[in-house]
Write a protein that binds this ligand. Structure first.
Ligand code: ADP
Length: 212
């Protein structure tokens, strides 16, 4: 491995395991590019791009967006500043074909597997509220000061269309069938570190920094 090559880190875990929250903290600490496929897709849906139109139905149902679309999206992102800066992948790869495409174009140094029992996930996800500018709240664990309003921007908070109990079950099913094999694939390469994802976000961040 060359010393000056940009580092590639994957944050992997079930939906609601806290990948996005931790990725934002790691980005601040390490100065890496944060590539969140969920955020990129939601932005594409909002902007009504061709990708957004194709992806919307899958996302609304808690299903995965087809691999060819996801791989093309990632390749575009990796061609940008991420390649020289170091990058944190959040939400990709989620399937074996995605992992194989990724391995063909970049080297992954570490895969941080954020582990949260499924029993805790539904409450985490269904209580999640988003601000249009990207701040994330939870009605019980990290509520905004004023009900339904972002502390930072004053915007009205909303709930993601896939954050309902039924969609959460579909997403967890996909995690089991499609994403667990990806974790096993990187375990075979010896780059996976498991981190307990239960607890306070700052505590979990300390655990992640300790293993990176
Ligand atoms: P979460 O990790 O909470 O499920 P994300 O914001 O990462 O949510 O993703 C939201 C949705 O976007 C997924 O349920 C899926 O429909 C789609 N998506 C995101 N990343 C991928 C990917 N790598 N492959 C296929 N679909 C994806």
């Amino acid at each position: 491995m060359s010393a000056d090559r940009a580092k590639g880190i994957i944050l992997i875990g079930a939906p609601g395991s806290g990948k996005g929250t931790q990725a934002k903290k790691l980005k601040e600490q390490l100065g890496y590019a944060h590539i969140s496929t969920g955020d990129l897709l939601r932005a594409a849906v909002k902007a009504g791009t061709e990708l957004g139109v194709k992806a919307k139905g899958f996302m609304d149902e808690g299903q995965l967006v087809p691999d060819d679309l996801m791989i093309a999206l990632l390749e575009e992102e990796l061609a940008g500043p991420a390649a020289s800066q170091g990058f944190l992948l959040d939400g990709f790869p989620r399937t074996m074909p995605q992992a194989q495409a990724l391995d063909a174009s970049v080297t992954i140094d570490k895969v941080v597997d954020i582990q949260v029992p499924f029993e805790l996930i539904e409450e985490r996800i269904t209580g999640r509220r988003m601000s249009p500018s990207g701040h994330v709240y939870h009605v019980k664990y990290s509520p905004p000061q004023a009900d339904g309003v972002c502390d930072k921007t004053g915007e009205a908070l909303y709930q993601r269309s896939d954050d309902t109990p039924q969609k959460v079950q579909a997403r967890l099913g996909k995690f089991d069938s499609e994403t667990r094999p990806v974790i096993a694939h990187y375990q075979g390469k010896g780059v996976v570190v498991g981190v307990d994802g239960v607890g306070d976000p700052d505590e979990i961040f300390t655990r992640i920094m300790a293993v990176l």
